[in-house]
Design a binder for this molecule. Structure first.
Ligand code: ZN
Length: 257
């Protein structure tokens, strides 16, 4: 469990309000095939990195006190057939290596370095599919919350469509009251970066802000955009106490209760 007195790993889920899903259980959302397989919201390897030497993760929700034990993070067995699950493998594998390289780079040269991203389309598809998987799954239950972007994300991920949605990557800026990094993964949820509507998720010590808005990113944000860049620069955010973030307050309270 993540708490104020330890650095154990946690997974924050349910930051988004849930409602009854409109998908028939057990059918691939993309093609309708009933032969569905397990789909993890975030790649298992990154969740194992988060777990570290612990034998499991602790998941906390905004709707329920306490935590639930997870081996490899949340998943859903009813959203993708084996063919469409396979489509997501290569972007996930690429992102695992990318995220690990970012953390290594920060450890070696601080925040100012550029991180090589030789195949930006793969990183973009990873970013899009994390949001899509969450929204389509039993955890998000609301693809419609993505509005017209649900189809844009789905086309980019599953139909080799264009990866036109910008996103920024920032180092996790959330801290515990004693100043250490709040080590947690956060399931995707809608938020704003300045005046721009984004969806944010956090995994592997990084925050991904995906712009689901026609407005440009503020404060030269577009120069940090990673969706087409072969050399990614991390966006800088001021440190913030995790329990001061409104959408996390109820979840953290539930986690430690
Ligand atoms: Zn399918």
């Amino acid at each position: 469990m993540w708490s104020t007195s330890s650095r154990r790993s946690g997974f924050i889920d349910g930051a988004m309000k849930t409602k009854a899903g409109d998908k028939e259980p057990g059918r691939c959302v993309v093609c309708g095939d009933t032969n569905t397989v397990k789909s993890h919201i975030f790649p298992r390897a990154l969740m194992h990195d988060l777990r570290g030497s612990d034998s499991f993760l602790h998941e906390a929700l905004d709707s329920k006190a306490g935590t639930r034990f997870l081996q490899s993070g949340p998943w859903d067995q009813n959203i993708l057939c084996d063919k469409h699950e396979a489509v997501t493998s290569r972007p996930d594998e690429y992102a695992v290596e990318f995220c690990r390289a970012v953390i290594r780079s920060i450890d070696q040269s601080g925040y100012d370095g550029f991180i090589s991203n030789p195949q930006p389309n793969l990183l973009a598809r990873f970013t899009y599919q994390c949001i899509w998987r969450f929204a389509a799954s039993q955890h998000g239950r609301d693809l419609a919350a993505l509005g017209p972007y649900a189809e844009i994300l789905q086309r980019a991920v599953f139909e080799d469509g264009p990866c036109e949605l910008s996103f920024l990557i920032a180092r996790n800026n959330l801290r515990t009251p004693i100043g250490t990094e709040a080590t947690m993964a956060i399931a995707p949820f809608p938020t704003r970066l300045g005046h721009v509507r984004t969806w944010l998720f956090s995994v592997s010590g990084l925050q991904f802000y995906v712009k689901l808005d026609r407005q440009p990113f503020p404060i030269n944000g577009d120069s940090y955009s990673a969706h087409k860049s072969t050399s990614v620069r991390l966006f800088q955010l001021p440190a913030q106490l995790a329990h001061n973030v409104p959408i996390l307050q109820k979840i953290i309270t539930n986690m430690v209760s």
